[in-house]
Design a protein. Sequence first.
Length: 111
Amino acid sequence: MDAAIDQLDIAEARARLATVRDENEADLAAARATLERLADDGSASAGNLSDVVASAQHMVNDAEHILAEVSAAFARIDDGTYGSCTSCGGPIAAGRLEVRPYVRTCLPCSA
């Protein structure tokens, strides 16, 4: 495991990832429920609700993306590569991992 991750408690990283996962699963369920409700009552095609539908679809896409990233981060913890940039192999700053515990890359590589 990279030296940068030694500064970050793995249990805390798992807890942060679990929180992000739980929040996004709730967001995903809410957005899917909104889309289903609009489709069931036929209002999804109403012109004045197109923004609501687009917003809910965006929430679905965003939550699905973040959930995939969280799953990949858990796998990196398990294989000992969590905290290492998947692009350059260098360490990801602990502060970056605290804010977004699922990130794959260091700040320079993310630009």
